[in-house]
Design a protein around this ligand. Structure first.
Ligand SMILES: Cc1cc2nc3c(=O)[nH]c(=O)nc-3n(C[C@H](O)[C@H](O)[C@H](O)COP(=O)(O)O)c2cc1C
Length: 216
């Protein structure tokens, strides 16, 4: 069994990466082979609307773009679980994660109402989000409802609803005194990091266990 994590954060040692690694550790504890892919290391673009994936004489489910994402998209057709991870940038997922989803989702959907997906498998998936905002602020902005729209599209593609994890109020810098950040209390941020973030890590670990234990 193979579980893959796709990291939409450009930072390889911070909040999103830490949670993705915890989720993979949870999956590995159930015997899964795991891999973490940093999207920021790859040279790729979002969908260019060539519609090659929809041609009757073409290959449904295959994105025709030839860049670093091609190999990852191929790999996603063989894995037994996917964990997506992204920080919230301007009230959405990062540009890299968005570009990946455009390619992954669009290539696996054709304009035929009788065929909801041409993705070859039915696998479980999770989505881990990290954000500076508090849970209360996220509720006020209705962010979860908007994120739920792409979760629904992923669920349609892979044939299963997603497990989600929201890590709020994340610690952003290692040295707050060197950055203009007077709108935050570093003390409150440090408290959140010391008390809440370990609980989020535990939830990520449990997500990994759940995905690796799902019967396919
Ligand atoms: C360009 C940019 C935009 C951001 N926009 C938001 C935002 O709209 N809402 C929010 O809560 N946090 C926002 N943040 C904060 C990040 O979501 C937060 O620090 C996250 O935990 C970073 O993930 P990382 O530590 O894995 O890199 C933004 C950060 C950056 C760099």
């Amino acid at each position: 069994m193979k579980i893959i994590a796709l990291n939409g954060s450009p930072r390889k040692t911070w909040n999103t990466t830490t949670l993705l690694n915890k989720a993979l550790e949870g999956a590995a504890s159930q015997g899964a082979e795991t891999e973490l892919i940093h999207l920021n290391d790859l040279n790729f673009k979002g969908c260019i609307s060539c519609f090659a994936c929809k041609r009757k004489d073409g290959q449904h489910g295959k994105c025709a773009m030839k860049d670093d994402l091609a190999e990852i998209l191929k790999k996603l057709e063989t894995v037994d679980g996917i964990i997506f991870g992204s920080p919230i940038y301007y009230m959405s997922i990062t540009a890299g994660m968005r570009a990946l989803l455009e390619r992954f989702l669009f290539s696996h959907s054709i304009y035929n109402p009788e065929i909801p997906t041409v993705y070859p498998r039915k696998i479980p998936a999770g989505f881990i989000y990290t954000m500076n905002a508090s849970e209360k602020q996220i509720e006020q902005f209705g962010l979860k409802q908007s994120l739920n729209l792409h979760e629904m599209m992923i669920a349609k593609t892979i044939g299963n609803p997603l497990t989600t994890l929201y890590s709020y109020d994340t610690y952003q810098f290692s040295d707050y005194e060197n950055y203009e950040s007077s709108m935050f209390s570093e003390e409150a941020k440090a408290k959140q990091k010391a008390e809440q973030f370990p609980l989020d890590c535990q939830r990520a670990w449990e997500m990994g266990i759940k995905l690796a234990s799902t019967e396919i």
